[in-house]
Design a protein around this ligand. Structure first.
Ligand SMILES: Nc1ncnc2c1ncn2[C@@H]1O[C@H](COP(=O)(O)OP(=O)(O)O)[C@@H](O)[C@H]1O
Ligand SMILES: [Mg+2]
Length: 322
């Protein structure tokens, strides 16, 4: 089922799904509100939905023409809500069940894109209950400090720690295991951080945006408080490097079966000039100050145009019969 492009906007009922139960609830509400007010200004008939366990009942009542998913993290960006919308036959924005489920998981994402020849950062995986002394030994053997320790399935840099030496590894893993049961331990890449948005079915690859933070890495504070980070788009990098970053991002989008929208985070290593994919976000932040809208603006796409473009791609993606 697709979104009906011919209907009058005021007759199109859009449910904007926001909030939810993940650690990124607050950020999701901001994203959702920005989307919902843009859609209302455009003339759509919009209902804000704070997602809880009663979501199917709420949607049954609203009977929306499309659901705009503004949820971040688990229980929204991970294929669960997408699966529910497939069963309810409600067209929805962005990636389908498989792409969402794969990209929420940094371990699966890395394994798949690495298999397809896309460069990823050297690292190890650990799970809750693993013997910490064995993990330390593996890190000693295969990586060198500093390392980044992060949860497999989180966002907004929640639970991410830069570990300077072996001593700090235990605490960093504990911080991860408080919110997830698997951890990624990666070589810390000293370099520039880039992000690339990919939009639509064609798809459109947006200009590369550089994130310049005064913090050790782009942590929660650097992401959401003012004064710690500056953004440059298009990034002041060589044309060949920008093209390569866009190519790698588009390849990742396709390999992971993404649809509608995704934002790919990359690192450009200072010493070698090598590019690596950090992760793929299928529901990027969409407040007026978020990264994807900034990159879209550099391409001449305004915030309302961006929101409408994503909405108009809404569809169910699984061929269910009966
Ligand atoms: N291997 C790494 N080397 C350097 N910085 C990293 C590495 N992994 C993560 N980071 C930093 O941590 C931030 C969050 O990591 P990321 O993998 O993008 O997860 P999240 O889903 O929380 O955004 C990144 O934006 C980057 O600044
Ligand atoms: Mg990220």
């Amino acid at each position: 089922m697709v979104f009906d492009l011919n209907k009058k906007k005021s007759d199109v009922r859009v449910a904007v799904l926001m909030g939810g139960m993940s650690g990124e609830r607050e950020v999701s509400i901001e994203t959702g509100k920005a989307i919902s007010s843009a859609l209302a200004d455009l003339g759509y008939s919009v209902t804000d939905v704070d997602v809880g366990f009663d979501l199917p009942l709420v949607l049954e009542r609203i009977k929306p023409d499309a659901a705009f998913i503004a949820l971040h993290g688990r229980g929204g960006e991970d294929g669960t809500v997408q699966g529910m919308l497939e069963i309810m036959r409600i067209p929805y924005t962005g990636c389908g069940v498989l792409a969402s489920a794969m990209t929420i998981d940094k371990i699966v994402t890395k394994q798949l894109i690495d298999y397809c020849g896309i460069p990823v950062i050297d690292g190890l995986n650990a799970k809750s209950g693993d013997d910490i002394s064995l993990i330390k030994r593996s890190v000693d053997k295969e990586l060198s400090y500093p390392v980044i320790v992060k949860p497999a399935c989180e966002g907004s840099s929640l639970g991410v720690t830069r570990v300077e030496e072996e001593q700090g590894l235990g605490d960093a893993l504990e911080a991860v295991f408080n919110i997830d049961n698997r951890a990624v331990i990666e070589k810390f890449i000293d370099g520039r951080q880039l992000t690339v948005g990919v939009l639509g079915d064609i798809p459109i690859v947006l200009p590369v945006l550089e994130i310049k933070t005064s913090k050790l890495f782009y942590d929660y504070q650097a992401k959401y408080e003012t004064g710690f980070t500056e953004y440059e788009v298009p990034a002041d990098i060589e044309e060949g490097v920008a093209r390569k970053a866009q190519e790698i991002s588009l390849d990742s989008f396709h390999v992971l079966n993404c649809e509608g929208v995704a934002r790919i985070d990359l690192m450009l290593e200072k010493e070698t000039g090598d590019l690596f994919v950090l992760e793929v976000n299928t529901i990027p932040g969409m407040t007026a100050s978020s990264l994807l809208p900034k990159a879209a603006a550099a391409e001449g796409i305004s915030f309302p145009e961006l929101v409408e473009l994503i909405l108009r791609g809404a569809k169910t993606k699984t061929h269910l019969t009966g």
